[in-house]
Design a protein around this ligand. Structure first.
Ligand SMILES: [Zn+2]
Ligand SMILES: [Zn+2]
Ligand SMILES: [Zn+2]
Length: 361
C-alpha cells in the first residue's frame, strides 16, 4: 500500500475508455493550482417548514408523478420539475441556419425527492430505502423511454451541496429525458465499441478484471528504484456480491468513484432485484467512505447506461453501465476548462488507499 511518503508523481494519465480525456496527476507539494472547495456546512435539519420537498408541503410542488410506496406514505416521491431544462411544449421545429443547428428542446425533466427527511445523506439512508430509490430510478427511466420514441437518453443524476449545483437543500435527484445522446455518454459508448471491435472484449470488464487482479512493479531504468507498484485490488474501494466500487486510474475529480456491475451489463434498466439490493449496499458503503475521508463532500453522481438509440443498438456487448460519483473538492481553473486537462493533486492510488482504509461497521 502506498503511504503519504510516496515520491511525488507528475504524469498525464489517459482515460482508458475515452482516450481524448486525460488528467494531470501532480502530487508535488505546492502544486495547488486551484482553490479548494469548502465542504458544505452539514445541515442536520430533519424537517423545514418552508421546504417544498418536506412532508406536509406536497401542495407546494407540481403534482406527484409517482411515489413509493404510495402518495400518502411516500418514502420517495417524483414530481415534474418546476423549471424544466427540457419540456414537451414544442416551441419550434428543428432549426438549421448555416452551420448552426438546433434540435427542438423536447424532453422531460423530473425531480425525485430521495427521502422524506430534509437533509439525510445517502450514507445515512437505510439499505432498504436505497433499494427503493434505485427502483424508482429504474422505473422512471423505463417509463420515460417507453412514453416517447424520440427520447434517446434518460439521464439520472444527483447534485448534493451548492457547489455541485443543488438549488434546493432537500436531498433529491433529477431525471432528464433527452432527444439527443449527451456527449459524455456518446464518447464512452463510441470508444468502447472501438475497443470491442479490436479486442472482442468489453473495456469496462477488462478494467474491472485489472483492478481486481493485476499486480505489477515498474522499476526506474536508471536507478533501479521502484517507480510504481500496482497491487492487487489497488483501485478497489468496495466490493459486493454483484458490484464493485473503483477509484479510476485516470479520473477528472480527485475523489471520483465509479460503481459498476461485476457481470457485464449494458443497460441499468435490466438490473435484477438481487443486483439492485447489492448495489444499494455498495453505494451506501462507498458514500460512507467518502464522507469519512473528505467530510461533508459536495458531489454529483450520475448513471451512464446504454442510450436507446438505433446508432448504438449493436453496443450491448461493448458498453457497460456504471454510476459515477464526482466529489467537488476544488473549483476548476481556466487551465482546466481551457485545456480539458484536469489536475489531481492526490494520486488515485493514494486516494483509493485512504478510502479503503476507512473502517465501516
Ligand atoms: Zn425539506
Ligand atoms: Zn463489461
Ligand atoms: Zn461514464
Amino acid at each position: 500500500m502506498m503511504t503519504e511518503k510516496a515520491p511525488p508523481i507528475r504524469e498525464i494519465r489517459i482515460n482508458p475508455v475515452v482516450p481524448c480525456e486525460s488528467v494531470l496527476v501532480s502530487t508535488a507539494r505546492g502544486m495547488r493550482p486551484r482553490k479548494e472547495e469548502e465542504p458544505a456546512p452539514r445541515d442536520t435539519r430533519k424537517h423545514v417548514d418552508k421546504c417544498p420537498f418536506c412532508t406536509g408541503n406536497e401542495h407546494m410542488t407540481p403534482p406527484t408523478v409517482t411515489a413509493a410506496p404510495d402518495s400518502d406514505n411516500w418514502q420517495v416521491r417524483v414530481v415534474e420539475n418546476l423549471f424544466p431544462v427540457l419540456g414537451d411544449d414544442s416551441t419550434s421545429s428543428n432549426l438549421v441556419f448555416g452551420l448552426q443547428q438546433a434540435i427542438d428542446g423536447y424532453g422531460r425533466h423530473e425531480v425525485i425527492v430521495d427521502h422524506p427527511e430534509h437533509s439525510i445523506t445517502i450514507q445515512d439512508m437505510s439499505v432498504e430505502h436505497l433499494v427503493t430509490l434505485l427502483e424508482v430510478y429504474r422505473d422512471r427511466i423505463r417509463a420515460l423511454y417507453s412514453a416517447d420514441s424520440r427520447i434517446q437518453y434518460v439521464l439520472v443524476f444527483k447534485n448534493f451541496g451548492p457547489a455541485a449545483g443543488a438549488s434546493i437543500a432537500h436531498t433529491h435527484s433529477q431525471v432528464i429525458a433527452m432527444p439527443v445522446v449527451p456527449e459524455n455518454v456518446y464518447n464512452e459508448v463510441a470508444h468502447s465499441r472501438l475497443y470491442y471491435e479490436k479486442n472482442r472484449q468489453c473495456i469496462f470488464c477488462s478494467l474491472i478484471d485489472e483492478a481486481l487482479t493485476f499486480e505489477a512493479t515498474i522499476y526506474d531504468r536508471e536507478s533501479g528504484s521502484i517507480r510504481r507498484q500496482i497491487g492487487v485490488g489497488q483501485y478497489v474501494i468496495e466490493r459486493g456480491r454483484h458490484f464493485v466500487a473503483i477509484k479510476p486510474f485516470a479520473s477528472r475529480y480527485e475523489w471520483e468513484i465509479h460503481i459498476l456491475p461485476l457481470r457485464h451489463r449494458s443497460d441499468f434498466i435490466d438490473i435484477s432485484d438481487e443486483e439492485r439490493d447489492d448495489m444499494a449496499v455498495v453505494l451506501k458503503r462507498a458514500m460512507a467512505r467518502l464522507d469519512a475521508v473528505i467530510g461533508g463532500a459536495q458531489y454529483n453522481f450520475f448513471l451512464h447506461s446504454i442510450p436507446h438509440n438505433n446508432d448504438f443498438a449493436n453496443c450491448h456487448n461493448s458498453y457497460h453501465w456504471h454510476l459515477e460519483i464526482c466529489p467537488r473538492t476544488s473549483i476548476p481553473t481556466g487551465f482546466e476548462l481551457g485545456s480539458g486537462l484536469f489536475v489531481s493533486t492526490i494520486s488515485p492510488e493514494q486516494a483509493a488507499a485512504r478510502l479503503r482504509a476507512v473502517e465501516l461497521d
